[in-house]
Design a binder for this molecule. Structure first.
Ligand SMILES: Nc1ncnc2c1ncn2[C@@H]1O[C@H](COP(=O)(O)OP(=O)(O)O)[C@@H](O)[C@H]1O
Ligand SMILES: [Mg+2]
Length: 456
């Protein structure tokens, strides 16, 4: 046959031949087989070193990076301080004769020292008013692939490098965030599913007039659910100041279970579960920032993230399709929260309305050469709803490799210094703009609290 020069699009397909290659019809059993095969392959790949969630270790930091990005001192000054205070961490060379390197814990020890001994008001430790709770930040958009997880992870890491304590909450059953931080929940019991179950259990007990959650008038299931605490769900990561409440595939069960629970308990305010948990378990004082990653859907988990949030970040690419879908996301947010507010006001005339400290659309994976016109138009339309800085597309995110997650985990020595500076700068700017909002929100809360105190 002379099909050599015909393009693939024009090559004829013979039905009989096509059938001869076709495997038999697929029944559900086949999926179990596929799952087993994937599990075996997964172990094999893990043995070959491909597993990203093996033992993760955070790299260490040298003088250049510490004094360029982490502490507002010159390298000479830092050297002088360390020399004068031999009890401070002195750094350890990674190879003989190499430059001295510091762990993040060691940088934080030096940070604390400078904060207490150094020039006052220099901001060695990042601002957080003493009496204000942590800010809860949710990264949402019902579109997948818009950089929710990447943006959230980079903000968490940038905040940790800056000296904040961060709790990351992974509400996506695909668990990319958990993988990035090297922590995997064993089952739904170690995920936010347990938070919803506990909140439901407390509601059930209350509706039966039972205060004691260990009472044997309650079902075992309810009693077990009510017993879950932060200790059961929060894990440390390879970042000393980032903890995570991880996800796992079964977390998705929440989307089926919540409506079942709601059928028998119509007045259960499921959307309050995460917020109550963070508050009741004292997490708002244990951490400075609580960063929630959400699945690409507006389900019960995402509604919890939205209702808990003080600050809402909505990543979106500067493309027509993504912008269009973000418009529909706002529309659904409106419908969803108005209907929740309505149902609350039916139960209680004085029910509070939802409000958020700040909402920011962040243009992500931005390519100035291709997208500036569209991005400018979006910026004009959305005005102060959209962040000024656009998170640029950078190969460093993908290139950083399997063992490290994103720019902050990769070492500048692995890249050309200029490429590194540019890639890092776009995420640093993103964080800086976010931090301004964070600090502004805390300041507003402080002033309002002082005014209320004055009035009382
Ligand atoms: N600024 C960026 N530059 C380059 N690639 C990016 C950037 N942000 C995200 N990505 C890539 O885009 C893909 C989707 O990002 P992800 O954060 O998983 O999106 P989502 O959580 O919204 O589904 C990932 O492969 C990620 O590495
Ligand atoms: Mg994601």
């Amino acid at each position: 046959m002379s099909t050599q020069h015909t393009s693939i699009s024009l090559q004829p397909i013979d039905p009989k031949e096509a059938l001869s290659d076709l495997p038999s019809r697929v029944t559900t059993d086949r999926f179990t087989v596929a799952a087993e095969i994937c599990m075996r392959a997964r172990d094999d790949l893990a043995r070959r070193g491909y597993k990203p969630d093996g033992e993760k270790q955070l790299r260490s930091f040298g003088f250049w990076e510490i004094t360029t990005y982490m502490l507002p001192v010159t390298a000479q000054h830092l050297r002088r301080v360390l020399k004068a205070h031999p009890d401070l961490p002195q750094g350890t060379p990674e190879k003989t004769g190499g430059a001295k390197m510091f762990t993040l814990d060691e940088v934080n020890t030096i940070r604390d020292f400078l904060e207490s001994e150094g020039q006052q008001g220099k901001g060695y430790r990042p601002y957080r008013p003493k009496d204000q709770p942590a800010k809860i930040v949710s990264v949402c958009n019902f579109k997948g692939g818009v950089s929710k997880t990447t943006t959230g992870a980079h903000l968490a890491m940038a905040a940790a490098l800056d000296g904040y304590r961060v709790l990351v909450v992974d509400l996506d059953s695909q668990a990319s965030m958990s993988t990035m931080f090297g922590v995997m929940a064993e089952d739904e019991g170690q995920t936010a599913y347990s938070i919803l179950a506990r909140h439901h259990a407390e509601h059930v007990a209350r509706s039966m007039g039972i205060d004691d959650l260990t009472s044997d008038r309650l079902d075992d299931e309810i009693r077990d659910a009510a017993r879950v605490t932060a200790d059961d769900l929060i894990f440390g990561t390879h970042w000393p100041t980032i903890d995570i409440l991880p996800a796992q595939l079964n977390l998705y069960w929440a989307e089926f279970q919540v409506p079942v629970w709601m059928q028998t308990h119509r007045s259960w305010q499921f959307w309050d579960a995460l917020k109550s948990f963070l508050r009741d378990e004292n997490l708002l004082s244990d951490y400075d920032i609580i960063l929630i990653d959400t699945p690409p859907a507006l389900g019960y988990l995402t509604i919890n993230a939205l209702s808990a949030a003080d600050i809402l970040l909505i990543p979106v690419g500067a493309s027509f399709i993504e912008f269009d879908s973000t418009g529909r996301f706002f529309d659904m947010l409106y419908t969803t929260f108005v209907s929740i507010e309505d149902s609350m006001s039916r139960l209680n005339d004085a029910a509070p309305k939802f409000s958020w400290d700040a909402v920011q659309v962040i243009l992500t994976r931005y390519d100035d050469a291709q997208q500036s016109e569209l991005a400018n138009v979006i910026q004009v339309y959305l005005d102060d709803f959209v962040a000024k800085h656009r998170q640029e597309f950078t190969a460093l995110v993908g290139q950083a490799g399997e063992r490290v997650s994103g720019i902050y985990e990769a070492s500048h020595t692995d890249f050309n210094r200029d490429t590194y500076r540019r890639g890092r700068e776009t995420f640093d700017r993103c964080y800086h703009e976010f931090k301004r909002i964070l600090i502004g929100c805390w300041e507003r809360d402080q002033i309002e609290a002082a005014t209320q105190e004055g009035a009382a």
